[in-house]
Design a protein around this ligand. Structure first.
Ligand code: LR7
Ligand code: MN
Length: 460
């Protein structure tokens, strides 16, 4: 292990960068009530540990700290510009304010309590210069909260999350570590970034939609930008030869207008609702209370996703984060319910509407159904529900409440979709008149033969 670390340091030290060819960057640091000493340490380390011509400016965005002097004092330092909010905006809108004011073509975001290490900047700028759709981060070392000592962290980590959508570090797989032995300086592709320390091309940042301006204070924006970058054609990387220390704190050293739990859930919901398609339900199963937190209007961000022709969350899971296991407990299958070339379709109906057969279009939408292990057949929040217990009953969509009238058995080998309590089966014989009805089960009837053409979520 020790020899591996030596080997690694040696490889990074030996690297050289064509610094004359690299573009200068605007460093953007937002802060709210940060300790002066930490702010100063951050700014001074940027100036001392970067080739002079690569730092165009350092933009400090004072997010309405109690004492405006903290920023004013720092504005006396060379290259430092200070912008002050006239009310508390939170880190997302503050960073966008800094980015909009930036004069360089590349943006570098840092938290307000960092120490940039030797050669931190060159490898980051080089990656972005070669391909402006890369969003790159340093390895984040630890500055002790108690002693402010600088402690090296492992470079064998990347960012991920569970279905609670909280950022976490995870070890690279054995295979990846093995393949990195040959060249430990290679970039590490990461499903998610920690959020505070990264370099991005300014035009690309703008094109991708900056940040969601309706997120507040702290949290969730790192998830959102990670999904957005990957799903819209970019990539996220950790560059092992670049290192920046960060003071990890046990709690927020500032107030949280709105309450930290609520704000975090609101921001996270906005990310989930815009980017995760039906997979957002796994988040709601994992954090049920989040469902009660209002998240505001997301239409602009949905439009952004459409305008940029971004890929689905399913694509992200399959291609970027296949290691994230999909829970079995709630939804086990998702797909189309077919009879030949026809598919069960909501026909655009909503609550209390009936469903019918329509030619399959294989693009999900109104033809996407999921089966839960509790016997529900769902389209988003609506469940296929018996409107009465008599044969001939219309099958309609109601809010899922888990009541008996919503429970179905799994498709039987012969194709029957049987109700769990009454001897009734889903039948399409009246599809053109009243939609799908529930009729006496008859395995000889073609109008009761269903096929689930599913991408089984558990193997996705
Ligand atoms: O209202 C606010 N206004 C601000 O300007 C609240 C915060 N801020 C500033 C704050 O002063 C700091 O400079 O925003 C920056 C980030 O806030 P922190 O340091 O309290 O956040 P954190 O380090 O605990 O959290 C991580 O996740 C956040 C999610 O919103 C942000 O993305 C942080 O930038 C991010 N920090 C890092 O990625 C550093 C590595 C930590 C890890 C893992
Ligand atoms: Mn921080």
């Amino acid at each position: 292990m020790f020899s591996f670390i030596l080997h690694f340091i040696y490889r990074c030290r030996r690297k050289t960068w064509e610094i004359e060819d690299l573009p200068p960057t605007s460093v953007i640091i937002t802060f709210h009530n940060e300790a002066r000493s930490s702010l100063l340490r951050t700014v001074v380390s940027v100036l001392n540990r970067s080739p002079e011509h690569l730092i165009k400016e350092i933009i400090l965005v004072d997010d309405f700290s109690d004492n405006p002097q903290d920023g004013e004092e720092l504005a006396k330092i060379q290259k430092v510009r200070v912008l002050r909010n006239d009310k508390r905006e939170g880190l997302m809108r503050s960073r966008v304010k800094g980015a909009d004011a930036a004069r360089a073509t590349v943006l570098t975001f840092l938290d307000s309590h960092c120490e940039c290490n030797v050669n931190w900047l060159e490898p980051l700028l080089e990656r972005v210069e070669k391909d402006p759709t890369r969003v790159v981060c340093p390895v984040i070392d630890v500055i002790s909260m108690d002693t402010f000592q600088y402690i090296g962290a492992s470079a064998d980590l990347r960012g991920g999350f569970d279905w609670n959508l909280v950022f976490k570090w995870e070890y690279l797989s054995y295979a990846e570590r093995e393949s990195r032995q040959r060249d430990p300086t290679q970039a590490i592709r990461t499903p998610m970034i920690a959020g505070g320390l990264f370099v991005i091309n300014k035009k690309y940042f703008d094109k991708l939609g900056k940040y969601d301006m309706q997120m507040d204070v702290w949290g969730g924006e790192n998830l959102e930008i990670s999904f957005r970058v990957w799903q819209c054609g970019g990539s996220l990387e950790i560059i092992p030869c670049s290192r920046v220390g960060h003071v990890f704190r046990k709690r927020h050293p500032y107030s949280f207008p709105g309450g930290s739990g609520n704000v975090f859930a609101k921001n996270t919901r906005r990310a989930a609702e815009v980017w995760m398609d039906d997979y957002k339900h796994f988040y709601y199963s994992s954090v049920p209370l989040a469902k009660n937190i209002p998240f505001g209007d997301i239409s602009e961000r949905v439009k952004l996703r459409n305008d940029l022709h971004c890929k689905s969350f399913k694509w992200y899971l399959q291609n970027v984060y296949p290691e994230l296991s999909i829970p079995h407990s709630t939804t086990s299958h998702i797909g189309e319910l077919r009879q030949g070339i026809f598919c069960l379709d909501t026909m655009g109906h909503l609550l209390d509407g009936y469903v019918a057969l329509y030619q399959c279009h294989h693009t999900g939408g109104n033809q996407e159904w999921s089966f839960t292990n509790t016997g529900l057949i769902k389209h988003h929040d609506l469940c296929l529900t018996l409107s009465s217990h008599m044969k001939g009953a219309q099958v309609v969509m109601r809010i899922c409440d888990g009541s008996d009238s919503q429970k179905w058995h799994r498709i039987e080998p012969g194709g029957l979709l049987r109700h769990s309590r009454y001897p009734l089966c889903l039948d399409s014989r009246l599809t053109n008149i009243r939609g799908i009805t529930a009729e006496r089960c008859n395995s000889a009837s073609d109008t009761q033969k269903w096929q689930l053409t599913s991408s089984s979520l558990s193997s996705a």
